[in-house]
Ligand binder design. Structure first.
Ligand code: COA
Length: 386
C-alpha cells in the first residue's frame, strides 16, 4: 500500500496573546474550521495526530490527545500527541501523512497547538530552553535567543553577514504579515526600527526574534480516493522529509549549517522528484532572523553564506525569485510552537489554492515548508503541489 495523500481541509485560529481563550478552545476552533472547510463530519475522521511541545509546563496539562478528542466529541477515535519541540507540528503532519500512506487510515486530522502566554516570561523562556541540551547549554544559562545569537555571530564572522541584512528578514516578514489577517503582528517596520529595538542576545534584537504566542492550526488529510471524492481543490503532499542532529551546538561540525535541514530537504526533494529550483514559494522556520538565512541556504535557494545579500536584494520578497514566508513567518504571524509546522502547511495550501489574498504568489506549482525543533536537533521538510 502506498497511497497518495492530500490536504482537503484547513483551519487555524488567529495567532497572538489570546488570554480570553483556553488551550482546548483554541484546538477545537481550529479543528472545527478544518472539518467545515473539508465538508466532512468528525465521525468520518479515522485518527488525530496533534503536535504540542510543552503543555505540561505552559498550562499544567498533559495527556492532551484524549483531552482534545473529549472536547471535540470525537471519542472513541484514536489520538496521538507528537512532540519534537518547535517541530512538533511538522512531525504531527508527517506522522498523519504516514498513517494514510501505510493504508491504515483514509482520513485523519493533523493539528498543533500551544498556549504560551498564561505563564510569566521567565517560565516561558525556561520551558522553551528544555528543548536545548540541559547538561551543556540550558544548565549554563543558554536560552534560545542566546543559542541563535551564537549562530548569527558565526555567520557574520564566516560570511560577512551584517546586522542590516538580518534586519531585512524581519522587515520583509513584517510586510508580509501586514497582509495576513491571522498574524500576531500586522504592522510594517523599517530597518532602523529593527536596529534600534532593545537588544535581546547580541546581535539579535527584539525585532530579530519571533514572539511568544498562543494559537492552534489543523489540517484534514485524505487518501487520493477520498480526496477526489470529497474535494475539488486538494493540495497534494509531494514530498516529506525528516532528519535529526545533535541537540548541543558545540557538537556540530558547523554552526551555520543545520544538517537536519539539509538532510530533510534532500529527502523531500528526492521524493517529489524536483530540486530547489522548482520551488515557487517557501515557509521556513524563522524563529530568529538568522534562522531564515541559514534555512534558505541549507534548502538550496542561494549559496551558503549568501543568504544576507540574497534577502537584502529582495529575492525572498513577494515579488522576488523565491518568496519566503509569505504568511509573515514565525516572526510576524507568531510562533505558538506546537502549531507552527501545521500553520506553515496552511499557508502553503492557501497559496496553492489561490486563496492567499494580497500576498498571493501567481502560477505556483510547488510550495515547501520547513519546520525546525530547537536549534536544529530536528527538521521536517514538506513539499506541496496542486
Ligand atoms: N517582535 C516584535 N514585538 C515584540 C516581540 C517580537 N518578537 N516580542 C514582544 N514584542 C512586543 C510586545 O508586543 C510588547 O509591545 P507593547 O509594549 O506595544 O505591548 C513589547 O514588545 C514587550 O513585550 P513583552 O512580552 O514584555 O516582551 P518580552 O521582553 O517579555 O519578550 C522576547 C521578548 C524577544 C524575549 C520574547 O518574545 C522571546 O523570548 N522570543 C523568542 C521565543 C522563542 O525563543 N521561541 C522558540 C524559538 S526556537
Amino acid at each position: 500500500m502506498n497511497q497518495e495523500v492530500a490536504i482537503i481541509g484547513i483551519g487555524m485560529t488567529k495567532f497572538g496573546e489570546l488570554w480570553n481563550r483556553s488551550f482546548r478552545q483554541l484546538f477545537v476552533e481550529a479543528g472545527s474550521e478544518a472539518l467545515e472547510d473539508a465538508g466532512i463530519k468528525s465521525e468520518e475522521i479515522g485518527a488525530l495526530f496533534g503536535g504540542n511541545m510543552s503543555a505540561g509546563q505552559f498550562i499544567g496539562q498533559e495527556h492532551l490527545a484524549s483531552l482534545i478528542m473529549d472536547h471535540s466529541n470525537m471519542t472513541p477515535q484514536p489520538a496521538t500527541r507528537v512532540e519534537a519541540a518547535c517541530a512538533s507540528g511538522g512531525l504531527a503532519l508527517r506522522t498523519a501523512y504516514m498513517s494514510i500512506k501505510s493504508g491504515m487510515h483514509d482520513v485523519v486530522i493533523a493539528a498543533g497547538a500551544e498556549k504560551m502566554t498564561d505563564v510569566l516570561p521567565s517560565k516561558t523562556t525556561g520551558a522553551l530552553a528544555t528543548a536545548a541540551d540541559q547538561e551543556w547549554e540550558a544548565g549554563f544559562g543558554a536560552t534560545f535567543p542566546g543559542l541563535y545569537a551564537m549562530i548569527a555571530r558565526r555567520h557574520m564572522h564566516e560570511f560577512g553577514t551584517t546586522e542590516e541584512q538580518l534586519a531585512s528578514v524581519s522587515v520583509k516578514n513584517h510586510y508580509n504579515g501586514s497582509k495576513n489577517p491571522k498574524a500576531q503582528f500586522q504592522n510594517e517596520i523599517t530597518i532602523d526600527d529593527v536596529l534600534s529595538s532593545p537588544m535581546v542576545a547580541d546581535p539579535l534584537k527584539l525585532f530579530d526574534c519571533s514572539p511568544v504566542s498562543d494559537g492552534a492550526a489543523a489540517l484534514v488529510l485524505a487518501s487520493a480516493e477520498k480526496a477526489k471524492e470529497l474535494c475539488e481543490n486538494p493540495v497534494w503532499i509531494a514530498g516529506s522529509g525528516q532528519a535529526s542532529d545533535t541537540l548541543a551546538l558545540h557538537s556540530r561540525k558547523s554552526l551555520t549549517t543545520l544538517n537536519a535541514t539539509v538532510e530533510a530537504g534532500r529527502q523531500a526533494y528526492k521524493q517529489a522528484g524536483i530540486t530547489s529550483k522548482d520551488i515557487g514559494a517557501a515557509e521556513v522556520h524563522d524563529c530568529f532572523t538568522i534562522a531564515e538565512l541559514c534555512a534558505i541556504e541549507d534548502l538550496g535557494f542561494c549559496e551558503k553564506g549568501d543568504g544576507g545579500k540574497f534577502t537584502e536584494q529582495g529575492e525572498t520578497g513577494l515579488k522576488g525569485s523565491i518568496p519566503v514566508n509569505t504568511s509573515g513567518g514565525l516572526k510576524t504571524k507568531g510562533h505558538p510552537v506546537g502549531a507552527t509546522g501545521i500553520a506553515q502547511a496552511i499557508e502553503a495550501s492557501l497559496q496553492l489554492r489561490g486563496e492567499a489574498g494580497d500576498r498571493q504568489i501567481d502560477d505556483l506549482e510547488y510550495v515547501l515548508t520547513h519546520n525546525v525543533g530547537g536549534s536544529g536537533g530536528t527538521a521536517a521538510v514538506h513539499i506541496f503541489s496542486r
